[in-house]
Design a protein around this ligand. Structure first.
Ligand SMILES: [Zn+2]
Length: 340
């Protein structure tokens, strides 16, 4: 079985985005930031997926996608807490409709109603709703709701603890995932995303979060940002900071996906990082949608790169599904309930 741990609904029906445009306009004009939501038919949702994610899943030979709202439009920095809350509910409810239409192919992960300067504790209610009522198996946690200005405390700060306590209680992991950038220095998917991945890892290294939360789990996407490439630097920093080796200090709780869009990057990831810490992901249809002229294949067809690795099939199976089932116990339970 092949489970893609990193997919967003980047092709949501236009009416959904129109609602968001109306909402943000209402915020500027002092109007209702939770206007009536348009009727979107099941067929519109099916069309938006059949031509895109579902077609590519079938073509590439994957079975399932852990699916969440579009990350770049979470835009926690837009509006205020009420804006973020209303938008987040609409986005998560739309994911629930996708999962209901294709329960064998998609399983939900939620966006959170974060907002700059607002305690992440205010996101607990939505996490709980999505996990216990909608059947979602994880969340996307934004370490920088300011959109590129980094005004929130590090992830190891106690300000995040109430949220982490709830994650542990519900037994769900979080993918560390920033959203759009409103800082012109940082291109969203080319710089801000990769910065955030790298930054989150260094915060975990510098702190002692997993001493307080031994079962807390995070997926750092995009191959772990710059971390695998600079693994010696991080091992050396852990040593200088008098931390235990990374294997004990961070890597019992942190996983990287395979959203690295070329073979040499995947080769390096697998050479440096333990297999048990790597989850198959493609982030399609996402940041890089084109075809690599050097190979003739889609950049984000990451399954090909793993298929090409000279490692045993049993190891590939861990990366394709075993590790995801371990990191997302609620996904595992749902598959077992289906006899898988
Ligand atoms: Zn993503």
């Amino acid at each position: 079985m092949i489970i893609d741990c990193h997919g967003h609904y980047t092709t949501a029906p236009k009416a959904h985005d129109d609602w968001r445009a109306a909402q943000t306009a209402a915020f500027k004009n002092g109007g209702d930031v939770d206007p009536a939501y348009p009727a979107i038919s099941d067929d519109e949702i099916r069309e938006s997926l059949e031509a895109n994610q579902l077609r590519l899943l079938r073509e590439r030979g994957a079975d399932m996608t852990i699916f969440s709202p579009r990350a770049s439009t979470m835009a926690h920095h837009v509006g205020n807490e009420a804006v973020s809350k209303a938008w987040t509910r609409r986005c998560n409810d739309l994911i629930k409709r996708v999962v209901d239409l294709y329960p064998e192919t998609f399983i939900g992960v939620c966006q959170l109603p974060q907002s700059p300067g607002v305690s992440v504790a205010h996101s607990i209610e939505e996490l709980e709703r999505c996990v216990t009522e909608l059947g979602f198996v994880g969340c996307n946690l934004n370490p920088d709701p300011s959109g590129g200005h980094w005004t929130a405390p590090p992830l190891t700060d106690r300000a995040w603890y109430p949220f982490f306590e709830k994650m542990v209680e519900l037994d769900v992991p979080a993918m560390i995932h920033v959203s759009g950038s409103c800082n012109a220095n940082f291109h969203a998917t080319g710089a801000h995303y990769i910065n955030a991945d790298t930054t989150a890892f260094m915060q975990f290294l510098e702190g002692d979060l997993f001493r307080d939360f031994p079962t807390l789990r995070f997926i750092i996407p995009h191959g772990g940002g710059a971390v695998p490439y600079h693994w010696g630097r991080y091992r050396g920093l852990a040593d200088m900071l008098k931390k235990p080796p990374l294997r004990e200090h961070v890597m019992r709780n942190v996983y990287f996906d395979t959203c690295v869009y070329h073979q040499p990057g995947i080769d390096l990831l697998f050479k440096v990082i333990d297999l048990d810490n790597i989850l198959f992901g493609s982030e399609m249809v996402g940041a890089v949608r084109g075809i690599d002229p050097e190979t003739g294949n889609y950049f984000d067809d990451t399954k090909r790169y793993i298929d090409a690795l000279p490692i045993p099939d049993a190891d590939k199976q861990k990366v394709f599904s075993g590790n995801a089932r371990r990191v997302y116990p609620r996904l595992d339970a749902s598959l077992k309930a289906r006899g898988l």
